[in-house]
Design a protein around this ligand. Sequence first.
Ligand SMILES: Nc1nc2c(ncn2[C@@H]2O[C@H](COP(=O)(O)OP(=O)(O)OP(=O)(O)O)[C@@H](O)[C@H]2O)c(=O)[nH]1
Ligand SMILES: [Mg+2]
Length: 488
Amino acid sequence: MIYLNDGLPIIACSTGTTSNTAIAKIRIGGFENLDALTPFFSKNLLNLRPNEARLLEIMHEGKVFDEVVAIFFKGPNSFNGENILELDVHGNQVNVQRIIDLFIDNKICRLSYPGEFTYRALTNKKMNLSQVEGLDVLINSHSNFAFDQGMATLRGELNEKYKLLLHYFIKLKASLELSIDFLEDVGEESAKKEFAASFSDFNNLISSLYQRTRGNVENLMTPTITLIGQTNAGKSSFFNQLLLNNRSIVSDYAGTTRDYVSEGLSIKNTDFKLIDTAGIRETFDHIEKMGIERSFELGKRAFFKILVVNPFETNPDDFHLLKDLEFDFVIFTHSDLVGMVEKRDQLLKNPNFPNHYNNLSLSLGPIGPDESISGPMGPGKNISGPMGPDKNTSGPIGPIIEELKNSIYSKFTELCEKDPILVDRHRRVLEGLYIKTQEFQVVTDSLDDLGIISSELNLIENDIQELLGIISPDDVLASIFSNFCIGK
Ligand SMILES: Nc1nc2c(ncn2[C@@H]2O[C@H](COP(=O)(O)OP(=O)(O)OP(=O)(O)O)[C@@H](O)[C@H]2O)c(=O)[nH]1
Ligand SMILES: [Mg+2]
């Protein structure tokens, strides 16, 4: 098993251990009573009333470590059913670490493993498996949608659907037994009718759940926008403009970006991952080839694909390299240069030009008003001028970027409307269940052998039990908990 199951008290910082914050939350859990902890505080912890916040000092051998707010959650009325002491300490990581060390060095508790507090909630039946998975989605989500689904799963809404599936299944099984054991009492017609009705309820629900497993969920957990194009197209210039930051190196040397560069881009409270890739061209350079292969891979998997094209340097012979990708947008750069429109229109007429839904033209010229930023008028909010890229700045790039962002966001919203199920394990089991249900239908249509039908039904039953977490093999638990952080 992934954890020791030693039942020892555990300690961890639940608010992260990488950056300094005003306040950090340290949790100590699994101790029998507050006796052993009292010597480390300025006041007797035995006077602590459950669920009440108290201001205390952490002290040891006459030295004050920190002034903290302590809350005692008495098991079983705590998050994981065990006694838990939560300490809000000053969030400097040096302080957090020395407080944790104080309790560990004095053998009061050991450091918890990632997710161990939640694991104990599961073993103490404070949460079911689905709720744990919901918590996982919630903690690791990058979008409103994923967060909401994590919360809904945590609150047991998805589990209610699975329970309904189990209910329909039991009815289906009962109607089958009716056909086997009581056929003479109920009559063949009525047994068949009952069976068909139960199957239809079950099949409708499993089909609708199955529909929610279609599509790429990676897109919803971390939606990725990838900029693809030939060398010198202006990908890195555009990448920097979108971020309003000189993140990626821009130069007129073809093949500047050799490996991908990625940064977070927030649009309407959703975190997207923006990726600038290596320019695509035929090359003999081994390293550049590897960079180009990565560009393709990232392009294929991306939720939103943008092709960046410099109409003056595009080689139509290389279009075939992009033929497997379908682009949401094409951005034509160099619209500041004379003759760009003619060149662009010529490219668009080429039957081999890559498939795309939309195109926009813009200028990302090399001479920015601020040395560090490319573009004729620079992207800084405080800079007026016709090329400013954001809403607050006049000029054509601002609205273009707004239009693009709206298009990205509406594609994302469309995906969310299908309400796809994000938890991998549920998707896998639901897909299996759907296939078995269709096979079961074929068997029931073509066979009168009730023995075969009932063995098919047993296979379905196993899957439903797995879905509900009634059967949860160790490897399933190990994979669920592999995503959890320390202190959760
Ligand atoms: N005049 C003008 N120059 C541009 C425009 N967009 C990009 N450039 C220039 O074109 C050159 C290449 O731009 P990059 O952004 O580095 O192109 P890239 O697609 O990232 O190129 P690779 O990394 O080599 O694949 C730079 O010198 C940019 O300043 C534009 O719209 N107008
Ligand atoms: Mg580049």
